[in-house]
Design a protein around this ligand. Sequence first.
Ligand SMILES: *Cc1c(COP(=O)(O)O)cnc(C)c1O
Length: 229
Amino acid sequence: MSSTLAQRLADVDARIADAARSAGRDPAELTRIVVTKFHPAQLVVDLAALGVRDVGENRQQEITAERAELADLDGVRWHFIGQVQTKKARAVRAASDAVHSVDRDRLADALHAADPDGNPLDVCVQVNLTDDPGRGGVAPAGTARLAEHIAARCPSLRLRGVMAVAPLGEAPAAAFTRLAASADAVRAVVPDAAWISAGMSGDFAEAIAAGATHLRIGTAITGARPAHG
Ligand SMILES: *Cc1c(COP(=O)(O)O)cnc(C)c1O
C-alpha cells in the first residue's frame, strides 16, 4: 500500500521536529522547502492545499512555466536551488522569490541588473563542499569575498546566508560543519544573513544538528521523481 502525499509530508515534518528537539532547537525556526522539480505543476497545487508555503525548483524553464501556469496560486514562495546560467538570470529572477545558488560575481551582477530597482530578491551564496571545482558553488575560501561583492555592488539583492549540498562519500555532519564556518564568514560581512540552506531527504537531521535553517526536501515528501532527460 503506498503512502499518500499528506502522510509523507506529516511524517517528514514529525522527523524534522524530532531532529530539532534532539538538537535543542525550536522546530518553528526551520523552513521546510518541498522540492518539486520534474513534477507537474499540479503537485504544487496539491502541496499548497496541504498548507505548504515554500517550494523549490532547480531548472529555469520549469519554474518559469509553472509560475505562469499557477499565476492564481497565492501564498507560495518559490525558491530557486539549481545552477543558473548567467544569460538566464533575468528569467530566474522574474520567477523566483529566493535564489539559493549564487556562486559567482557575474551571476550576482546579472540578477541585480535584471531588476535593479525592483523588490529585493533574497539570495544565498552557494558553497561547494566538494573537491571538484566543476560542482556548483564557490569554494569555502571565496565565500566572504563573494558576500562582500553582493553587499557592495548588488543593492537589489538581499543576502540571506549560505546554501550547500553535502558531498557523496563523506559523512554529512562533517560537511555541514564546514558549511557552518562559511555561514559565519558571510555573517561577518552581513550580520543578519542567517540562513543556512542545507539538508535533503537523506540528511536533513544532520543538517538540523549543524544549524540549518532552510531544509530542501524532495523525494521523502513527493515520492520518486518522474523520469527526465
Ligand atoms: C533535488 C534537490 C534537493 C532535494 O533532494 P531529495 O534528495 O529529493 O530530497 C535538494 N537540494 C537541491 C539543490 C536539489 O537539487
